[in-house]
Design a protein around this ligand. Structure first.
Ligand code: GRF
Length: 192
């Protein structure tokens, strides 16, 4: 049986698309069984719906950056019931904590647009530019209770070029993300 993935995102979902593409061309031996978002207008939901992948909206209304515990508990129950093996965060802007972490130990991955442990948190590409870094990149890591602190699984380097803007740098990082994330997920599957 193929490994069953759930993808959580808050935005455009280009990384989710790269997972779909990798499944289609045989680089990733898995199925995405559900895509969930805390943002009902997120394009990631449209990408999933276009493919016929079930979608769901996480109810975080009234909580600015938090992922409420009751909602995480409900999600953990739902994903268990759906026999999800691995959760992939792809641009998901809320911190995953208990009880989800307990129910899916070493089974939640995140992609971060910097070479962790450098530049955790939001707009990591901008942080790298502002710090004058000459290289940055992206990281896939297991998720723990901290912000971008879990065990690193894979990284890819991206040079910072003269004249880079936050947008140009993020765009080049994303090119690498779209290669790295499917490869890292495939590697994580072999360790489940
Ligand atoms: C990516 O740069 C990812 O590293 C970060 O959020 C962005 C999501 O982009 N966590 P997308 O929604 O996958 O296009």
């Amino acid at each position: 049986m193929k490994t069953r993935l759930a993808v959580l995102g808050s935005g455009s979902g280009s990384n989710c698309q790269s997972i779909f593409n990798a499944i289609d061309d045989g680089r990733l031996n898995a199925d995405v069984v559900i895509v969930l978002s805390d943002n009902p207008d997120a394009f990631i939901l449209k990408r999933a719906a276009q493919r016929g992948v079930p979608v769901g909206i996480l109810n975080c209304r009234g909580f600015k950056n938090k992922f409420p515990e009751e909602e995480q508990a409900a999600l953990a129950r739902q994903l268990r019931k759906m026999q999800v093996d691995l959760i992939c965060l792809a641009g998901f802007m809320r911190l995953v904590k208990q009880p989800l972490l307990d129910v899916f130990p070493r089974r939640i991955l995140n992609i971060h647009p910097a070479l962790l442990p450098n530049f955790p948190g939001v707009e990591a590409w901008k942080q790298a530019l502002e710090a004058g870094a000459t290289q940055t990149g992206c990281t896939v890591h297991y998720v723990d209770a901290g912000m971008d602190t879990g065990e690193i699984l894979m990284q890819a380097y991206v040079p910072v070029l003269p004249g880079d803007t936050p947008e140009s740098l993020h765009a080049r990082i994303q090119v690498q993300e779209h290669i790295l994330y499917p490869a890292a997920i495939q590697s994580a599957l072999s360790r489940l």
